[in-house]
Design a binder for this molecule. Structure first.
Ligand SMILES: [Zn+2]
Ligand SMILES: [Zn+2]
Length: 266
């Protein structure tokens, strides 16, 4: 296995060890390289980041070749494990596909985040959004629903999250939605976190970094999650190995054996 550095000694205390949603210059409205993101994560003691470029339907999104060629990059950079992911676009029903990533590419990735984006999916009635999200979750093609709290896409959060739990799909709490993007998300994110606590679901907290300085920073999302009553043991950011085992065992993601080994030996 390619490796550009050891994972180093990190404390197993209650500090963020995982970031499931980050972008690089390959998403053309982000501003740092993968290496710079890894360096930033390393400086914070984050053990695992998922690189999740915008998929092709997003204006300026990464080319599908860039998304599918990530195994070219070392698995460990600057002592940080890199998972190969994507932020797919949830597609309008009339397009006939749940997301804009073909199965042949999807199967080679470690993590697929799927999100509703203004440039791709029109604002719609909550019943339509609820149905779309349930269809995407049930498609089996996505591991995490991204920034569900976007006020442009209100839906029946309880129904969506019940279906997510039943289908082993995670919901993220997106730190960027609370500090710089999709303003107005906070009440919905609070509701989503409360439902996650009620349903005893695991969650992931993500930075949605578009610059290295944001990688690994999930403070607002963490405060919101804990305030809503989500138990620390249900936050995968404290347990990257648990997150990767979830991907292997519940999402049937192949090719993560090296990551399980790396994390098991920390
Ligand atoms: Zn997004
Ligand atoms: Zn994003």
């Amino acid at each position: 296995m390619e490796n550009t550095g050891s994972l180093g000694n990190t404390s197993q205390g209650r500090r963020n060890l995982l970031d499931t949603h980050t972008h690089t210059v390959l998403s053309t409205h982000a501003y740092s390289t993968l290496w710079e993101n890894a360096k930033a994560a390393s400086s914070l003691g984050v053990q695992v980041i998922v690189s999740t470029e915008h998929a092709p339907e997003m204006p300026g999104g990464a080319h599908i070749y860039g998304i599918s060629n990530q195994s070219t990059c070392p698995r460990v950079q600057e002592g940080v494990i890199i998972l190969r992911g994507v932020e797919a676009n949830i597609m309008p029903a009339k397009r006939g596909v749940p997301i804009d990533i073909p199965d042949t590419v999807n199967e080679r990735l470690d993590v697929v985040v799927a999100s509703l984006h203004d440039a791709v999916y029109p604002q719609s009635d909550p019943a339509v959004i609820t149905q779309t999200l349930m269809d995407v979750i049930r498609s089996g093609r996505v591991d995490i629903i991204g920034h569900l709290g976007n006020p442009h896409y209100s839906c029946d959060y309880f129904q969506v999250m019940e279906v997510a739990k039943a289908n082993n799909v995670l919901v993220e709490i997106n730190n960027s939605s609370l500090v710089r993007s999709r303003l107005g998300s906070k009440p919905n994110c609070g509701l989503i976190a409360t439902i996650a606590a009620q349903l005893d679901m695991h969650v992931v907290l993500s930075s949605d970094a578009h610059h290295a300085s944001q990688v690994g920073i999930v403070d607002e999302a963490l405060a919101l999650a804990l305030g809503a009553g989500i138990h620390e043991d249900k936050i995968y950011n404290y347990d990257p190995l648990g997150f990767v085992q979830f991907l292997v065992e519940k999402r049937n993601r192949k090719g993560l054996g090296d990551v399980v080994e790396l994390l098991s030996n920390l």
